[in-house]
Each structure stands twice: as structure tokens, then as C-alpha cells.
Design a protein around this ligand. Sequence first.
Ligand SMILES: [Zn+2]
Length: 202
Amino acid sequence: MTDPSTILKEGDVLRLQVSPQYATIKIIPNNSSEASDVNFPHNLHNAVELFLKLGMVPQAVNLKDRVDIMLERYKSNPDGKSGVRLGQACVCWHCGACGIPKDYAEQLGTHDHQQSSSSSSSLPPPGPCYQCNETNQINWIRVTTPEAGQFLPWIEEAAMTEDQAKELKVKKEKELIERRKAVEASVAAALAERDNTVVHQK
Ligand SMILES: [Zn+2]
């Protein structure tokens, strides 16, 4: 029997093809030393490369899951109807999560409408990560248009909170369990059928 973890790993590698749009999502350095560091990943394309270089595959997958949902949302719901949340997102180097950080509304407040600055000086410290609470290894990111480099808000499910992220994880695990249960149930049914047949034959 195939180990489910092997299937997931293979699937994860397959899902790691990132679109060129990843390079248009810029990472904002937290300070001048990050800004002048030649190895600093300047966009999410670099971020995925960095994760993979370091063997941090789950983080790369986590990042890709979030970003693909966001890009998809831009295609399907660009006018920001109800059910979505707009803001500025962070990339977390600890878990790979990308999204609007915890306590975003409270923290950013007035900064929310001042997204025209290209430096981090007008922004509060990034984070905490909505998924793992990281506050150190985390940076603000900015979605930009490919042509003019204009800033766009990050767009995500209104309910994409820490709980929501956990739910997503649990859901994936549940699906595996459900699949296994279905197999077990059909085996049990087959056995019961056989037992019944045996009883009736007596
Ligand atoms: Zn995190």
C-alpha cells in the first residue's frame, strides 16, 4: 500500500510551478541592512527559490497555496465584493504563510490608506504572522502591477484568519481520512455481505 505522505510530497513538488506574477509581488526590507543585502529576496519569486534552496519545501508550498488563491481572487473577483478582505500582507520566513497579519486593522489603522510609499518607514513592524505568530522573520509584501509597478492591495477571504488556515489544514487531513474510511466501509460491507451469505447458507 502506498504511504499517503509520499503522495502528498509528490503532489507538493508538482504544485511548485510559480507564475511570473510572483516577481511582481515585492518584499519590503525591514531595515537598511536588508535593503543593501545582495542576497535579500526582493520578490515572492525569489522567496520560493530561497525556500527551495534551503530545503524548506513545506514553507514553499504554503507560500504558493496562499499566493495562488490571492492571484485567482484577482481574476475572479477584482472589484472586491463582500466576502473578501483587502489590505497589506506579510510573508513569513518561518512557516511560509503569506497574508494579512494578525490584528491588521488595529495595527495599521491610518497606514491603511498610505500605501504609496516604497520604503518601510511609514509602516509599523510587520506581523505577527496570522498562521504561526512569527514577529521577527517576517516582511511586508506589496502586490504591484506588472507594467507600471503600481501598488495593489492584497486580497483574501474575509475569514482567512488563523482559525481559517488551521481549518484548511484540517480539511486536507480529513479528506485523506475520509478516503481511507470509505475504503474501510466498503471492505466492511463486503465482509458483512459474505457473513450474511454464510449465515443463510447454514
Ligand atoms: Zn508564519
